[in-house]
Design a binder for this molecule. Structure first.
Ligand code: SAH
Length: 361
């Protein structure tokens, strides 16, 4: 079996070698993170781009076994931001020169919701003189719905595959006909075809997941030729079926380290894509996102949801910053990123270079 150095230098990313990299500890582990950080500087540079995250609603038709806002969780107080609150958050992002926003929500598929997103997208493009980039993260929808939102001005879409192993996907979701791997993959395929910059991702350290699964996830991102990836540690939520760790579950610190390695390896495999330093990392380590930026991530999603709702968009225990107003985040993030030798790409979309290249090619 090749040594870590050889795998990294010659880019020998077979599934077996990816597992070796995921197991790398100590000096080997540090070498991996360091190489990824260096390659990032050479390819996408030291800029980190902001996507102001608006958590539009926690109403959800789905029942994912891991997720705190799943349909069956009766303890959640369900909310919907008003249109004005969404527009105000978008104005805030524009004023603060965030470059882009992400509108995320539980999954809702009725026409009222679809038309509302279409209208809000159009209005946000107008109020920002077309300058604010809009990413949507609203789950699985039909081809027609994705097209309507694209026409309204959304240009990126995030939909995590959650696991590229259909068997594991089945174990993470109820068997109710609403949650199939095939549907998920089909939705991602549609998004790409329509012309969205398409982002996906997985959780790291879920029940039943193996290192081989994570290695396959990395190969999936590459084969699918994805533009953006967001992945982070799985964290239990008290009011879900996955509320207690299984006996062989990884401790949170191990899920965290594994997440950093996933980011680093992916940066080496796909040097010019956008990789997010996700909030779940920060739930485990206060400097988690900065560490991910050092290991190859270049996107951060500061939460700009009005504080009064944040506590209700709780996907997992211990979600950070649920008590802060958006204004409090910006100073905090500047300081944090300085630690990771990065600079913030204010007022820029920070599109995936990978996508731009494909566009031209
Ligand atoms: N309805 C949208 C947004 C879902 S929430 C959609 O389906 O895309 C965004 C992401 O949070 C999910 O894709 C999932 O990967 C992550 N998530 C959910 N529960 C989690 C948990 N317990 N720990 C870590 N991440 C979780």
């Amino acid at each position: 079996m090749p040594a870590i150095n050889e795998i990294l230098d010659q880019k020998l990313f077979s599934k077996e070698n990816l597992v070796t990299l995921l197991k790398a500890e100590g000096v080997d582990g540090l070498l991996l993170l360091q190489k990824a950080g260096e390659l990032k500087q050479q390819t996408v540079g030291n800029k980190v781009y902001f996507r102001g995250l608006i958590e539009l609603s926690n109403v959800c038709e789905k029942d994912c076994l891991y997720c705190g806002i799943r349909r069956s969780n009766k303890k959640v107080q369900r909310y919907n931001l008003t249109d004005e609150e969404v527009l105000e958050a978008a104005r805030f992002a524009y004023r603060e020169r965030y470059g882009s926003i992400v509108i995320q929500s539980g999954e809702v598929t009725n026409e009222t919701f679809v038309a509302r997103i279409e209208r809000l997208t159009t209005e946000i493009k107008q109020l920002s003189d077309n300058k604010l980039g809009i990413t949507l993260s609203l789950g699985e929808q039909t081809d027609e719905v994705y097209r309507r939102w694209f026409r309204a001005g959304a240009h990126r879409y995030l939909l995590r595959i959650e696991s590229s192993n259909p068997e594991l996907y089945r174990k993470l979701h109820p068997d109710d006909g609403l949650h199939t791997y095939e549907q998920r993959l089909e939705a991602l395929t549609l998004l790409k075809k329509i012309g969205y910059q398409t982002g996906t991702g997985v959780m790291i350290g879920t029940p039943f997941q193996t290192l081989e699964d994570l290695a396959s996830d990395l190969l999936f991102f590459k084969d699918f030729d994805i533009d953006m990836v967001g992945m982070g540690p799985f964290i239990e939520h008290d009011d879900t079926p996955f509320n207690t760790p299984q006996t062989d579950a990884l401790p949170l610190s191990a899920r965290f380290n594994l997440s950093l390695k996933m980011v680093a390896i992916l940066r080496l495999m796909m040097p010019d894509i956008n990789i997010a330093a996700t909030t779940a990392l920060q739930a485990i380590d206060p400097l988690g996102r900065e560490k991910a930026v050092k290991a190859g991530a270049n996107i951060i999603m500061p939460n700009i949801t009005p504080a009064s709702y944040r506590n209700d968009y709780r996907l997992y225990n211990n979600k950070p910053c649920t008590d802060e107003e958006p204004e409090q985040c910006s100073g905090c993030l500047d300081a944090r990123l300085a630690l990771a030798d990065s600079e913030i790409g204010y007022g820029e979309w920070g599109d995936s270079k990978h996508f731009r290249k494909k566009d031209k090619g």
